[in-house]
Design a protein around this ligand. Sequence first.
Ligand code: LMR
Length: 329
Amino acid sequence: MRTFAIAASVAALALGLAGPASADPIIIKFSHVVATDTPKGKASEKFKELAEKYTNGKVKVEVYPNSTLYKDKEELEALQLGSVQMLAPSNSKFGPLGIREFEVFDLPYILPDLKTLRKVTEGPLGAKLLKLLEPKGITGLAYWDNGFKQMSANKKLIAPADYQGVKFRIQSSRVLQAQFKALGSLPQVMAFSEVYQALQTGVVDGQENTWSNIYTQKMHEVQKYITETNHGYIGYVVIVNKKFWDDLPADIRDELSKAMKEATDFNNAQSQKENDDALAEIKKSGKSEIIKLTAEQDEAMRKAMEPVYKDAAGRVGQPLIDEFQKVAK
Ligand code: LMR
């Protein structure tokens, strides 16, 4: 009997059915560039919690926030190489991969609100955009919101003329470059992790971002004014290394998809509140003056940025802009 038990466990070990080796969890390294206390930071933690729970610990998710592992451009390269498995870059950061279509989300004033955004991201257009990632060895899993961007600088930005000659940090998007050129500003691509210091030392004069990013990176401490423009949108595409994803056992992939779906719902339900809370904190800090535009001033900004659509047609394609605008009505 004893001999049989030993023989059976030896056979099981040989087949990889038992023993510590087969119990090793699958590791998902999830790298991102923002603070934990942001919409994306919280949603990635939620995904970790649910993924580990639904797979009974067969998957372990290691979240690396705040560019601790990689900066913007490096993280995409790392994903393609398989050094990390999951990321959630903003729509504005796919250009270095040779994919410009996600920059349609960067067009000024293209999304009036988050409800309209859902029509794009949860519909066929959202799915079509995700497919563009596949030839690059990337699978798109979900869209996560952040929210709408505000303009900040050490001078008051009210009329389009105020933007003349101001150096702005931008994400690596040609549409954002065109946006600031339309305002007569000098856009400069820079990794998110470098923005605070660049503002502090005067390498750039201003930047555009959501309230939650401004607050958690302490940008409001080095910018005297923030104008509430809500002129553009920041949201994320949650992506995974395609080979890693395809090679997962089907049952594990199903559980991870379920976890991702729930983390997405969680993110999209709390992103607005995160930004509202951050705005309240910035106001409370008294470090930066918040400027609100009148309807006329808002209209002048919209007009000044109109040429960006023409410029973007050559970059992301007019048919895509038309399709986006049709869905986002
Ligand atoms: C930025 O670079 O400003 C943002 O994309 C950062 C982020 O991930 O929200």
